[in-house]
Design a protein around this ligand. Structure first.
Ligand code: FDA
Length: 391
């Protein structure tokens, strides 16, 4: 067993780990990044549909989910979206705003990986892939056993991300290290994830798979207005992914199918018509969806024949259609993991464990999760920067 000495070991070569290594390296620290995958930045590569939604211009603490909503403020204010945009521009990477402040590369995510690798080279960061960490121990310094080597370092940074999408390198390593040092963990759960529907609802809507509807989805006091996408297993699309991060098993979600209208008034105004209700509703939602929805909720008859009571019930349902999802598609399809290492254990200034000097947690492994739209990478950059300034 050979022994190597360094100053900082970062475990996990994703967005947060590499960014922390760069900042540490720039301060003259000797930094080694270990990743068990054969290459770094796999999630960056496939992110944003291959164009990496690398930040959000308007990222603010309200866009993050955490038991302590104030925790992210310090790191986000010390390394802001504008700071990352400056770095992107310094590397000559062309980008565009898609919507709602979401910034994407014009020419593919690899440019962000190349940016990080170039910055790592300039800061003399050593990156070692295919590194299976066997154990971590702490005496005065940390001893990290990797293969037949032991690496000794003053600072150890855990940047191994959450549990989402194992084939991209996800593991529970970060949580295991937290437990080893008796640090509290908020229960992890899949987030930004599609819902699965019960068999009866799916029988009616599954055949419409691929159809998108502009709607407002709400749950637990949160609401998102964007597309809802019908899938062959349930519901997806931006509005559904967003609400899934707040949803707990057994919760109903509410879908407002006419988010710009008082549905009852719309129904009353249109009721003098001979047409069927589904045909009338197809002015607002796709025709096939209107038909399936009406079949689920009401007996098909000419619009005129509905009683005021029936109309009131249908109006209420159109503005607030309650569905209890049977579950989610799980970590296999989740973009991120909510929960993680409790922020109560960490300094919000440096991300260092309060009770274990020299041990840091950054990025998605921490109980800070961004909404959809570039916020998760911004948290990776900001938390990585905070730790990189301290290691
Ligand atoms: P990340 O998961 O990126 O990196 C962790 C690293 O640790 C990996 O390289 C892994 O191999 C390594 N590792 C894990 N266990 C290890 C172990 N035991 N030993 C050694 N190494 C280990 N966000 C966003 O803001 N904009 C977007 O466009 C997208 N798009 C997107 C698409 C898809 C399909 C997914 C799955 C996710 C996104 N995200 C996103 C979320 C974003 O990718 C995610 O939040 C960040 O990558 C988290 O960065 P981290 O560095 O914390 O973990």
């Amino acid at each position: 067993m050979s022994v190597h000495e360094t100053e900082v070991v970062v475990i996990g070569g994703g967005a947060a780990g590499l960014f922390c290594a760069i900042e540490g390296g720039k301060r003259g620290r000797k930094v080694v990044v270990l990743d068990h995958s054969e290459r770094i930045g796999k999630k960056i590569a496939i992110s944003g549909g291959g164009r990496c939604n690398f930040t959000n211009r308007y990222a603010a603490p309200e866009n993050f989910i955490s038991r302590n909503p104030h925790f992210c403020k310090s790191a986000l204010s010390r390394y802001t979206p504008a700071d990352f945009i400056t770095l992107v521009e310094k590397h000559g990477i062309a980008y565009h705003e898609k919507k709602l402040g979401q910034l994407f590369c014009d020419n593919g995510s690899q440019q962000i990986i190349d940016l990080l690798l170039k910055e790592c080279r300039d800061a003399e960061v050593e990156i070692v892939c295919n590194s299976l960490v066997r154990s971590v121990a702490r005496n005065k310094r940390f001893a990290v056993e990797v293969g037949k080597k032991t690496i000794i370092a003053e600072s150890l940074v855990i940047a191994t991300g959450g549990l989402s999408i194992a084939p991209l390198g996800a593991s529970d390593f970060g949580y295991r290290i937290a437990r080893q040092f008796n640090l509290q963990i908020e229960d992890p759960a899949p987030a930004l994830v599609p819902f699965i529907l019960d068999a009866e609802t799916l029988r009616r809507f599954g055949p419409l798979s691929g159809m998108a509807i502009d709607a407002e989805v709400s749950c637990r006091g949160q609401r998102f207005r964007e597309n809802v996408l019908i899938t062959h297993r349930g519901l997806s699309g931006p509005a559904v992914l967003q609400i899934s991060s707040y949803w707990k098993a057994g919760d109903a979600i509410k879908i407002n199918l006419l988010p710009d209208e008082n549905a009852l008034e719309v129904l009353r105004d249109g009721q003098d018509r001979e047409i069927e209700l589904a045909n009338f509703l197809s002015r607002f939602v796709p025709r096939r969806f209107a038909r399936a929805w009406c079949e689920l909720h009401t007996r098909s008859k000419p619009f005129k024949q509905y009683t005021p009571g029936e109309l009131a019930a249908i109006g209420a349902k159109l503005n607030s259609w309650e569905i209890v999802p049977a579950g989610t598609e799980g970590y296999r399809k989740a973009e991120v993991t909510v929960g993680g290492v409790s922020t109560a254990e960490l300094s919000s200034q440096t991300m260092e464990a309060k009770r274990v000097p020299g041990l840091y947690f950054i990025g998605e492994v921490v109980d800070v999760t961004g909404q959809l739209g570039g916020y998760n990478f911004q948290w990776a950059w900001s938390s990585g920067f905070a730790a990189g300034r301290s290691v």
